[in-house]
Each structure stands twice: as C-alpha cells, then as structure tokens.
Design a protein around this ligand. Structure first.
Ligand SMILES: [Zn+2]
Length: 316
C-alpha cells in the first residue's frame, strides 16, 4: 500500500471524527456510570424534559451549534460541556495519531502504518478512559471501578496480545513479557499511590486521596509501564496547583466573611491531574524518555546497586 501525505491527512480527519463520536458516548458514560445505569439503553434523552434526542440532533459538536445549545423539545439550555468534551476527545485522538503515525519515522512502517494505527487505537482507548475518569472525579469525587478495572484489563491484555505495542522501554518480545510489563506497571502504580496515601493519611490524620486514585494509577501503569507511571505520579500535583490555589483563595474569603469551612472546601479531586499528567507524558514520551527519563532511571539504578556495594552498568 502506498501511503501519501494527503491520505494521511484524510486519515487524521477520520481519527478526529471518531474521537468526537467517542466523546459523545463518553458524555453518556460520565452521566450514567456513577449511578450504575446502562450506557447503551435507553437512548440519549434531554435531562429536563426527558424527550428522546433524535439522530440528527445527536451529531457531535455540530448539533449543539445548530440548536444554539438548546433542547429542540423544551428549549432548555444544554450545557456547553457536551460539545467541549466531544471536541476535547477529538483533539486527544488526533494528538495520538500525530505522535504514532503522522510524525513517526516512516521507515518504521514497512509498507503501511498498521503498527502506528494499532498504537493510535491503544493510546486513544487509554485517553478515553482518562477523560471519563477526569469528569466523574471532578463532578462527584469518585472514580468508578468500571473505568479503572476495565483499563487495567485492557492495558495488560493488549501487552499480552501485542507485546511490542507499549512505548520504550516497556516493549516486550514475548506475550508473557508483555503481560509481565503490564502487571508490573499496574502493581508499581498502585503501590506508590497507596504508599503515599497511607503516609499522608497518617501525617494529616484524615483521608488523603481516594482508593479511586490507586486504581487509576494501576490503569496508567498497566498501559504505559512502571517508569512512566512513576513520573506521572510525581508531576501530577503540579497540574493541580492552579485548582488548589483557587480553592485556598475561596476558603480565605469564606473565613473572612465569618463562614465555617467544610471538608469540600479543603479537598480537590486528584484524578483529573493524574489524567492530565498521564496525557502530557504520553504525548511527550519519545522526547522525555530519550532526553531525560532514561538517564534518570539509569542513575537511580546504578546508585541503588552502588549503595548495595555492587558496581553495575545501567540496563537501558
Ligand atoms: Zn428538553
């Protein structure tokens, strides 16, 4: 198959469109999964008048714009979050495609970008799960197991069936190796989160993070490997700084007006920031790993064995 640049551009538009359709489905998931409702039945309805939304009014982004953000049945406003989530997922899918296919060195393709497209699908699925976790955690401060456990199974399973699919250095040569890398990533992701959670809960005498953050980190490790999971965990707080500062300003204002602070004034969800860090690391991994993380992990490895009294060379 001859792959030309115009064909790749058309393919990219297709990937963006698929992303908006998946985003539309995720809007349903975000709204229904926390209440244990089916995500396929019944069909989409207006939350106010419960009128069924016709197919032509259910086109991602386009329908919301055409209806000027109002329900055709009752005229009530429909939140701009729906088209924004659709657009966001479209852009994230397009980003995965750009990294895995469009900007990937073309000599790695062989005849066709089949491998790059498989990587795009793998990363797109991961990003979709992150988006669902982000918005549910933001709304309700929970991350349902339906999302994270599904993610762990898919992340580990994909490595079993396609051991070379994960980014460096988490590629494996055999099915067993691919399974092991996913399992190790999941365990490291969960252990580091649970460890910091237990420590912080002990020091601050109240629950720090939720168990949903532990399973979310398990999913991230299963998809990307343990090295990426560790980096994501430690850079995630920086993504939450803005939200935390805003909460602090609001709390101070409330206290100055003589109000009592509730626990919700002190808490911010961590899932959205773990997800943002995961997406950032995913998109920059090729440069991050080669330029910095490889050296960091090699130094830590050599240092560890040196402290044990053994002189070794880095494994990667
Ligand atoms: Zn309505």
């Amino acid at each position: 198959m001859f792959v030309s640049t115009p064909l790749l551009v058309v393919l990219g538009l297709g990937v963006f469109t698929i992303g908006t359709v998946v985003g539309s489905f995720l809007n349903v998931c975000i709204y229904r999964i926390p209440w244990q409702k089916s995500v396929i039945w019944p069909s989409s309805r207006c939350p106010r008048c419960l009128g069924e939304i016709a197919a032509q009014d259910n086109i991602p982004i386009v329908s919301w714009l055409a209806l000027r953000g109002e329900c055709r049945g009752c005229g009530e406003p429909i939140s701009a979050r729906y088209p924004l989530v659709e657009g966001l997922v479209g852009c994230l899918f397009l980003g995965a495609y750009l990294i895995d296919v469009f900007l990937a060195p073309r000599d790695s393709w062989g005849q066709a970008p089949v491998f790059g497209l498989a990587q795009t699908a793998y990363h797109a699925l991961f990003l979709a799960l992150l988006v669902a976790a982000t918005f549910i955690d933001y709304d309700l401060m929970i991350i349902p197991d339906q999302i994270t456990v599904t993610g762990m199974i898919v992340g580990i399973g994909a490595g079993l069936f396609w051991p070379g699919l994960r980014p460096e250095p988490s590629q494996a040569a055999s099915a067993l190796g691919g399974f092991g890398v996913g399992l190790a990533g999941m365990i490291v992701g969960m252990l580091i989160t649970q460890g910091v959670r237990a420590f912080a809960s002990f020091v601050f005498r109240r629950e720090a993070m939720g168990f949903g953050d532990v399973t979310l980190m398990g999913m991230i490790g299963a998809f990307l490997g343990w090295q990426a999971a560790l980096l994501i965990f430690f850079i995630a707080p920086f993504f939450g700084l803005g939200h935390a500062a805003w909460k602090l300003v609001k709390s101070i204002g409330k206290r100055m007006r003589g109000g009592q602070l509730s626990s919700s004034d002190r808490e911010i969800p961590f899932g959205p920031y773990l997800s943002m860090a995961a997406a950032t690391v995913l998109f920059s991994w090729k440069w991050l790993w080669e330029g910095w993380a490889r050296g960091l992990f090699r130094t830590l490895y050599v240092l560890f064995w040196w402290l044990m009294g053994v002189n070794v060379d880095g494994p990667f």
